[in-house]
Design a binder for this molecule. Structure first.
Ligand SMILES: Nc1ncnc2c1ncn2[C@@H]1O[C@H](COP(=O)(O)OP(=O)(O)O)[C@@H](O)[C@H]1O
Ligand SMILES: [Mg+2]
Length: 623
């Protein structure tokens, strides 16, 4: 099924839930319409002109008939014919112009809404993305934005021009013969009532199809990705999945056939009703005409006008549902635009002082934000959001990494090491206490300043599905070819990449799948080396490396860390031993800190970790 059809139903369905639309929504829609005020005005003028032209032709045709029946002069008939021809040309021209205007307004609105949503979503905190479903978000950007646009270009304008045509046609018919007009309109309910019922039936059918479509596309996007496909191969039931898919697709086919039939019955009924009305006009008109109460031209004009009455009527019969659904789209777009980013830049930002930068945590307490603070129920595809606040993950964490120092964080899994790492680049904000970079609270820095100062490599270093070159240049767009090869060399990747047929222009597969885990990690390390940040955070950055390549990369890292401040979360003793300071974390608290020797001498938690975790360490296999 067409995406647009999908949307319209999807939205019609929501509209039927009968949510009242606030004044605010309408006002904001006005705000988005304002830049298009001029084309909109022109469009309305064009619509009225078109309606007038549409009514003029039947009236003129009636005049021609009268001229013939009364035996008027030749040139009268010819003049009328010429006017009819000119009107037809004008109608074509205006129609073209109006379509151009409405397309421009509509597409312009799509552009405005899309860029607004993209820009806004891009600024949302990481917490938002950890909760929302990408599919739901993308559909918000695509379907709802298009749906919102329909409120303007299709529906509203359609309603306006149809209404104008309808009223004008009706008015002219009444002036010709109010009796015949009224009688012809008796058939109206016969036409409108089934139309509404049919519309509801169609909406129900298509809503069901939309649900099946959505389920199928979820199934496809989930399964047709490298990790998903791997999972299916390892644990999946391909036969069952195929059967399920086929059942849904089959149901969509059945619905498609039913829809086509319902639609056809509807159109046939419509044609019949208007044919009956036409018969009525001819019969009654002829009767009046024979009695001399009406001239022949009036009968012809009425008949022609009647045929123009039903098209706008059909359109208006379903207008309410369409307008409501377009409004729902607007609301859904606004809903996203209204999400306040939990982590935002201050209007006035400060800079990190030049030179080496120290890192300072002072009494930091932190809990991951609850769902209702960071996301939308509709994007998580749940009915209501979890309002439970998370437990504190960090309690009164304080430490100070002086400029150039290396601080190692150790502790069992879940102790809060990665959380500490995420607070530095402001992926989250602390609940109390402060995090400082070069003596400045990170909340006072601009995001670009933080990006320029900090570099981070995580365990699952993410790469975009682009070329190796593009992935590297993300860190420093102005880097030269030599810079790239230099960092690749230092990350022990140059040899591998030289051997690839496309070299730097090799596409990294989806989620970096074509590279092994270790290679991927070395590429993210190369990216860090290229960025040359003054503060480096390594969160298990070498976890995917085997001991040989780790030794090699470690060398590169040591080189890269020289003179820089580093926060290192490592599981290898060799890395930890060299740190200037070691913090031992347990359940979100710093339980011990000192150098390797000091801590060993204390014979506490560190010694325990040392004997259980580091000393018996097996080198991790390459993924
Ligand atoms: N995005 C998140 N939302 C909620 N809780 C989280 C999130 N990430 C981690 N946690 C929780 O925070 C605690 C500390 O996690 P983390 O800092 O990742 O530990 P570590 O890196 O030391 O293994 C864990 O209990 C974990 O479940
Ligand atoms: Mg971690």
């Amino acid at each position: 099924m067409e995406v647009t059809a999908w949307m319209s139903l999807h939205h019609a369905m929501n509209a039927q839930e009968g949510r009242p639309f606030s004044r605010r929504t309408l006002k904001r829609m006005g705000g988005f319409a304002r830049p298009h005020a001029r084309p909109l005005t022109l469009f309305l003028i064009g619509s009225v002109t078109l309606a007038v032209l549409a009514v003029a032709t039947p009236v003129l045709a009636g005049r021609v008939v009268n001229a013939i029946t009364t035996g008027a002069a030749n040139d009268v008939v010819i003049r009328l014919a010429v006017i009819i021809a000119v009107l037809a040309l004008l109608e074509g021209g205006f129609g073209l112009f109006n379509r151009w205007l409405s397309a421009r307004i509509g597409e312009g609105l799509i552009l405005d809404l899309r860029t607004a949503v993209f820009d806004h979503v891009q600024r949302m905190p990481v917490a938002f993305f950890t909760r929302t479903r990408t599919g739901a978000l993308v559909s918000r950007l695509n379907n709802d934005v298009i749906g919102a646009q329909r409120a303007f270009s299709d529906t509203l304008s359609g309603v306006v021009s149809n209404l104008v045509t309808l009223l004008l046609t009706f008015a002219v018919m009444v002036t010709i013969s109010w009796q015949i007009t009224l009688l012809a309109l008796v058939l109206l309910p016969v036409f409108v009532l089934p139309a509404r019922r049919m519309g509801k039936r169609l909406a129900r059918l298509e809503r069901e199809a939309a649900a099946h479509d959505a389920a199928m596309s979820t199934q496809m996007t989930e399964r047709f990705s490298a990790p998903g496909a791997t999972l299916v191969k390892l644990f999946g039931r391909p036969d069952r999945e195929s059967a399920e898919f086929a059942a849904r697709a089959g149901r969509v086919r059945d619905i498609g056939v039913r829809t086509a039939m319902v639609q056809h019955v509807f159109i046939t009924a419509l044609t019949m009703v208007s044919a009956l009305a036409l018969a009525l006009v001819y019969g009654l008109g002829g009767f009046f005409s024979l009695r001399g109460q009406l001239d022949a031209g009036a009968v012809v004009a009425l008949a022609l006008l009647l045929t123009r009455l039903y098209a706008p009527l059909t359109a208006l019969a379903s207008a309410r549902v369409e307008i409501m659904s377009a409004l729902v789209s607007f609301e859904r777009v606004f809903e996203v635009l209204d999400l306040k980013p939990l982590v935002a830049e201050k209007p006035q930002t400060r800079r990190v002082p030049d030179g080496p930068v120290g890192v300072e945590f002072t009494d930091v307490t932190f809990a991951y934000p609850s769902a209702d603070k960071v996301s939308l129920a509709s994007l998580e595809e749940v009915a209501t959001l979890d309002t439970r606040g998370g437990e504190d993950v960090l309690h009164d964490v304080s430490f100070h990494a002086r400029p150039g120092q290396t601080v190692a964080l150790v502790g069992s899994s879940g102790a809060g090491k990665s959380t500490i790492a995420q607070l530095l680049p402001r992926l989250y904000d602390v609940d109390s206490g402060s995090v400082r970079l070069g003596g400045v609270d990170v909340r006072d820095l601009s995001f670009s300043e933080i990006r320029a100062t900090l570099g981070m490599v995580t365990q699952d270093g993410h790469l975009f599905h682009e070329t190796i070159r593009e992935n590297l240049l993300l860190a420093r767009p102005e880097a030269t070819e030599d810079d790239l090869w230099d960092v690749l060399d230092r990350a022990r990747l140059a040899g591998l990449i030289r051997s690839l047929p496309d070299g730097l222009d090799t596409l990294v597969g989806e989620r970096g799948y074509r590279l092994s885990g270790g290679e991927r990690q070395r590429l993210t390390i190369a990216r860090l080396l290229l960025a040359r940040p003054r503060v480096v955070i390594l969160d298990e950055a070498t976890a995917h490396l085997d001991s040989t390549s780790e030794a090699a990369v470690q060398e590169a890292l040591t080189e890269a860390l020289e003179g820089r401040t580093a926060i290192i979360i490592a599981h290898r003793l060799s890395t930890i031993r060299q740190a200037d300071q070691i913090l031992v974390l347990e359940a979100g608290r710093v339980v011990e800190h000192g150098t390797h020797d000091e801590l060993l001498a204390r014979n506490g938690r560190y010694t325990e970790l040392h004997t259980t975790q580091f000393a018996t360490q097996e080198p991790k296999a390459l993924v």
